[in-house]
Design a protein around this ligand. Structure first.
Ligand code: ATP
Length: 311
């Protein structure tokens, strides 16, 4: 796969403060990649560097084969950026906003007209397109800002906290639109978020960032395998049985609630022996299901480790 973004040993300092401290990663063509981290981790700084708005203190950056520090304009002509607060003119209508930004980007009039109508339709704004943005809800503004970011058919779409400040309904809508965009256009998406669910739902790969350093990079599946702190298995019994870890040699921990047992074992391979043991004890098993750790489990385990100063 061709790499769309290459970042090697990126360092960025603001005065004394190191916002990025040796960050490396790559994003492939058409990939949806998330930078996941708490406030101040360095997400926005990374997006600005990748779009040539800041110049890196040290390290190597390539976006679509270009150096954003010296070829920023060429990079920005092929990227779309959605920032945390939508950059729109409140006193202009939705259509006027899109026309203005399209003209600024040098789009030919006919192409701009077609593209605007297509995007207004896609983002369900056609019926409100001639109203001023000042009367729009936050969700509508965010949809319009997404349309704006997509005007130039970007090869990479940068989304910095795309659902910040939206209510759950509007957030879900924006997430669904991002997922749909990806199916329809196939551009790479670079998502910055501190919302784990967002990364879990939308992304192929995730980088977990803390104080300008990568704690882990990989697909959710890879991270689950690498950081699995023991596998939890859910065992549904027909009726409650008094069972404890002492009864089950494979178990690290046992939690029981009525007829539902949650047993932690070290590895997936221990599950058959656990089931045999339960059968041997006469436990009336209805269902056995290994539980995968969520991205949230992995994220908090890694952030806690980083705060504790361990590698
Ligand atoms: P948030 O979600 O809060 O926006 P972030 O992950 O995007 O966080 P950045 O905005 O990239 O984080 O900031 C990283 C670090 O760099 C922070 O410690 C921040 O205070 C600092 N920083 C960012 N921009 C500047 C600036 N222009 N001048 C000085 N320090 C800055």
């Amino acid at each position: 796969m061709m790499e769309t973004i290459v970042v090697e040993h990126l360092i960025h300092t603001f005065g004394e403060r190191r916002a990025l401290d040796g960050l490396s990663f790559t994003v492939g063509e058409g990939e949806v990649f998330a930078l996941l981290g708490p406030n101040g981790a360095g997400k926005t700084t990374t997006v600005r560097l990748l779009n040539g708005l800041y110049r890196a203190t040290a390290g190597r950056l390539r976006v679509l084969g270009l150096d954003p520090a010296t070829q920023g304009e060429q990079v920005r002509a092929q990227t779309g950026v959605l920032t945390e607060s939508p950059a729109l003119y409140e006193r202009l209508t939705a259509r006027q906003n899109l026309r203005f930004f399209g003209e600024m980007a040098g789009m030919p009039a006919g192409e701009l007209r077609r593209r605007m109508e297509e995007l207004l339709e896609f983002f369900d704004l056609t019926g409100r397109a001639d109203e001023r943005v000042s009367v729009f809800s936050k969700g509508m503004k965010q949809r319009l800002a997404l349309a704006r970011a997509l005007l130039n058919r970007p090869k990479i779409l940068f989304l910095d906290e795309p659902t910040a400040g939206l209510d759950p309904e509007a957030s879900r809508q924006v997430r669904e639109l991002i997922a749909a965009l990806r199916r329809e256009n196939g551009q790479a998406v670079f998502l910055c978020t501190h919302i784990l669910l967002e990364a879990e739902r939308l992304c192929d790969r995730v980088l977990i960032l803390n104080q300008g350093r990568a704690l882990a990079v990989g697909s959710l599946e890879e991270l689950q395998q690498r950081f699995n702190p023991g596998v939890w298995v859910e065992v549904q019994l027909l009726e409650p049985r008094a069972l404890s870890a002492a009864d089950l040699p494979q178990a690290l921990q046992v939690q029981a609630q009525d007829a539902l047992l949650r047993v932690q074992v070290s590895r997936t391979e221990d599950i058959p022996a656990l089931v045999n043991r339960l059968v041997g004890l006469g436990a009336p098993i209805l269902r056995v299901e290994p539980l995968r750790p969520s991205l949230e489990d992995i994220y908090f385990a890694l952030q806690a480790q980083a705060e504790g100063g361990q590698p």
